[in-house]
Design a protein around this ligand. Structure first.
Ligand code: AMP
Length: 502
């Protein structure tokens, strides 16, 4: 695979260039290559199924990148799992993926329940002798390179399988069509279990750059984050718009802090025109790109540079035109392509489309199909095309984005309803200026002995904390005697929204 060949090439031609930097550790290309070879050798000796997925558990440690490469060099797809994911959800991922091996980079023990899974600690590996892995054995073509688990409406996360071909098509696009140069420093903000991280990780490694990672601790302590940014020499900024918006709240977030910043790349949620405008004002030498796409079509499939003209022309920004090897079609409810300017569901076709959800034939069949002979994915997003530009108009279902995180509201509802203190529950997003600010749980409580509402809330939150990541736990809890229904017996979400969003 070209990507792996190029990393090998950098390890030979620029061995001392840093491939990975975090608060505490650094890793050169030579170390990345050699350590991943040693670990790949070890993985090849494990008695696990031929293409059995391997879970890579940890946060922003350099060992994460070593582990990813080692897995694919040994012919196995990997599943990145961040330490912020609660134990119960990790167990679900282990079970649903049928993974037989977990690489634990977290420095802590990890609960694997009663699953038959071996755990290796790559940090502890003794790396004396190794033999070169054979490129023939590396993951290639349509074999799965990684599997990323996203929120699923049935209460279980679903694993999107991305092949070597899918990933190569994406990485080539970013390195060819964006102002990314060999040796650039890339910001990595998203944990590796979210596919936004792929937008910096692989284009960076393919172009011989340095990945500069932000840990959860740094995000929680902006002062430390800004001090570190000052020393970072970042050229390419990839993050959610929400993260950039948070940074913009600090007046020092400007080209004085990051004089070498040349490119902002956004994906994952709506980029407000006001954020793009402020970034262009504060970073006069940087170009801003809005990109769009779901995990199921390998990170992003459209892009547009947000120029002054675009900002003048549109109050809601377009998400751009298709990458090479990709076509977007807008279809109506009968599945027919509509004309330019007409609204419908966004369908993505071509080289970026995943082969489907791991072990979930039914879910795969619902979302993936063939369109004019090409693999296609129903995004569930509403939109329209005009003059070659795609415009995003929100979701057709209950999937939302909160601070860049993809969430199925039904998944939260499913878990809240499991709590002994809850009779029924509905989750309502609270909007401010077209953007979701937080989630509200409207709850009809079951019988309980708490005297005060806050005690009830903290008991429900505690239950939720063991099954859902923190970003999926609603901020506000509202208690009612009943949930309003529409005339045709559905939950009246519109009325609930009006009642609780004050
Ligand atoms: P994820 O799989 O986490 O990347 O989430 C994919 C979903 O995020 C898409 O289906 C859209 O609903 C939303 N999304 C991604 N990029 C954008 C964008 N540039 N503007 C608005 N929404 C976006």
């Amino acid at each position: 695979m070209k990507l792996i060949e190029l990393i090998k090439n950098h390890a030979q031609t620029q061995p001392d260039t840093l491939a990975f930097v975090n608060e505490e550790a650094k890793l050169t290309y030579q170390e990345l290559w050699t350590k991943s070879e040693i670990l790949a050798n070890r993985l090849q000796k494990e008695t696990i199924g031929d293409a059995s997925p391997i879970i890579v558990y940890g946060h922003m440690q350099p060992e994460m990148a070593i582990s990813f490469l080692a897995c694919v060099k040994a012919g196995h797809p990997y599943i990145p799992v961040d330490t912020s994911i609660p134990a119960d959800r990790v167990l679900k991922i282990i079970k649903s993926s049928k993974a037989e091996l977990l690489l634990n980079n977290s420095g802590n023990t990890v609960d694997t329940g009663d699953a038959l899974i071996s755990v290796i600690d790559p940090i502890q590996m003794d790396g004396a002798v190794h033999h070169e892995t054979n490129p023939e054995n590396w993951v290639k073509d349509d074999q799965t390179f990684y599997i990323i688990y996203t929120s699923g409406s049935t209460g279980n996360p679903k694993g999107v399988q991305i092949s070597a071909r899918n990933l190569q098509s994406f990485t080539d696009w970013i390195t060819n069509d964006f102002p990314v140069e060999n040796g650039h420093v890339f910001l990595n903000q998203a944990p590796f279990s979210f596919d936004l991280s792929v937008m910096d990780l692989y284009p960076c490694l393919q172009s011989g750059g340095t990945l500069w990672t932000v840990t959860k601790d740094m995000i929680n302590r902006p002062k430390i984050l800004f001090e570190a940014l000052k020393e970072s020499n970042i050229n390419v900024w990839t993050s959610t718009p929400s993260f950039a918006q948070m940074c913009l709240m600090d007046p020092s977030f400007s080209e004085e802090l990051l004089p070498d910043l040349r490119v902002f790349m956004f994906c994952g949620e709506t980029l407000p025109a006001s954020v793009a405008k402020q970034l262009k004002e504060r970073f006069s030498k940087a170009r801003v790109f809005n990109t769009y796409g779901p995990t199921e079509a390998t990170v992003a499939v459209t892009s547009i540079e947000v120029t002054d003209e675009i900002l003048e022309h549109y109050s809601s920004l377009p998400v751009g035109s298709e990458k090479p090897e990709t076509e977007i079609v807008i279809i109506n409810e009968d599945g027919e392509a509509v004309k330019d300017g007409e609204k419908g569901e966004i369908i993505i076709t071509g080289a970026s489309v995943s082969k489907g959800y791991l072990g979930e034939a039914e879910l795969t069949e619902k979302a993936f199909f063939t369109y004019n002979g090409a693999p296609a994915y129903r995004t569930g997003d509403a939109g329209y095309k005009e003059n070659g530009q795609l415009f995003f108009l929100g979701r057709l279902d209950f999937q939302i984005k909160l601070h860049g995180y993809r969430i199925e509201l039904e998944e939260i509802e499913y878990h809240i309803n499991q709590s002994q203190y809850v009779q029924s529950a509905v989750i309502i997003p609270f909007y401010r200026e077209d953007k979701i600010e937080y989630l509200i749980a409207v709850i009809v409580p079951a019988k309980h002995d708490f005297e005060k509402e806050y005690q009830l809330t903290s008991a429900i939150k505690k239950d939720l904390g063991s099954t859902l990541p923190a970003y999926m736990i609603p901020r506000k809890f509202v208690y009612q005697e009943e949930i309003p229904m529409t005339a045709n017996g559905k939950i009246d979400r519109k009325r609930l929204k009006e009642e609780v969003s004050i």
